[in-house]
Design a protein around this ligand. Structure first.
Ligand code: 13P
Length: 331
């Protein structure tokens, strides 16, 4: 592990006024996204869609790094250039999602455990050698009547810490993503409680395994009411409670924080981030690592048609620019 490389990479990822673009939808998720616009889910269409994203003009003004799915990381664009090499030439760091997905957690109904540790060391060495600079692993925590269980939280956070350690051994910056799902009718305070418990567990595990925090990026969900809650907390409350929670749980030497959008509307995702960045006493850089809140409108405009490419790209850039402005509190 070379801590200078890790710090250097993490700093580039957190550079103002940029954020990270998540375009690492797994096979089932990209299938859903393409189905939503009636486009066949085949390798060519996945390549066309992702090529539309990375070739959007001036993307690197707003995006410091892009998280790719394994297929895209090894895929060529229409002209034969590898996606990962293209990103590098336009000044966007290529990263890769390395977990193997959230699977049913044994003997724990309605809970998930993320798999992918077996063989990870060798995979990481190959990704680094091919030019990856950072990785992502997503753990999923579901809020329900009697869940999350301690077993689910501790097991997922331990896996995140083991993944992070393996990344750093290979000079790859780990993005650790403990997502507390927005699904459900829970209150914002219940989300706060579960998020705190998850983050405390995560940072305890990271500490125990000696993960180097200045070379680690946290990708959390916001502290927010469940999507089906009848009286959802307003934007100011989401921003205030999220920052309070992070300040209590996230050590100040962590390299930075980049939120997921997690099913928030575009307006919510940008506004929450903007309000947080208008508070001027944040101990870390707080930016975005959105997938849906950057891509959704562009995907809908594309419809799989080359004729819509320019319009779709300009919508994508508009979303990226608005998120970038939010990341410095200037929306
Ligand atoms: P969303 O912004 O759509 O939640 O996606 C972020 C992500 O990478 C989920 O793992």
């Amino acid at each position: 592990m070379d801590t200078n490389i890790l710090v250097e990479t993490a700093k580039k990822m957190m550079e103002k006024p940029k954020g990270i673009l998540a375009m690492d939808e797994s096979s089932p998720t990209i299938a859903k996204r393409l189905a939503s616009i009636n486009v066949d889910n085949n390798e060519t269409n996945r390549r066309r869609y992702r090529e539309l994203i990375v070739t959007a003009p001036n993307l690197s003004n707003f995006i410091s790094g892009a998280i790719l799915f394994e297929e895209t990381f090894d895929q060529k664009m229409e002209d034969g250039t590898l996606f990962r090499d293209y990103l590098d030439t336009i000044g966007i760091l290529p990263g890769i999602k390395v977990d193997k997905g959230a699977k049913d957690f044994s003997c724990h109904p309605d809970e998930k455990i993320t798999e992918g540790l077996d063989g990870l060391r060798d995979r990481l060495a190959t990704y680094y050698q091919k030019g990856a600079k950072f990785c992502k692993w997503r753990a999923v925590i579901t809020i329900g009547n009697d869940i999350p269980s301690d077993a689910c939280i501790e097991s997922n956070m331990n896996a995140l810490a083991r993944y992070a350690s393996l990344c750093q051994e290979n000079n790859l910056v780990p993005i650790v993503e403990p997502e507390v799902l927005i699904n459900g009718s829970h209150s914002i305070d219940r989300c706060d409680e579960v998020t705190r418990k998850s983050l405390h567990s995560l940072f305890n595990q990271l500490k125990m395994i000696n993960v180097f925090l200045p070379g680690t990026i946290l990708k959390p969900s916001m502290v927010i009411s469940g999507q089906e809650n009848d009286s959802r907390a307003d934007q100011e409350e989401v921003a205030t409670k999220t920052i309070a929670c992070l300040k209590d749980c996230v050590p100040t030497d962590t390299a930075g924080i980049a939120f997921l959008s997690g099913g928030q509307t575009d307006a919510e995702a940008e506004s929450h981030l903007n309000i947080m960045n208008q508070k001027n006493d944040l101990p870390w850089r707080v930016t975005f690592s959105y997938a849906r809140a950057i891509q959704a409108a562009a995907l809908a405009a594309w419809q799989g048609k080359d004729d819509n490419l320019v319009t779709s790209q300009s919508i994508l850039i508009d979303r990226a620019q608005r998120c970038s402005n939010s990341s410095i509190g200037k929306l």
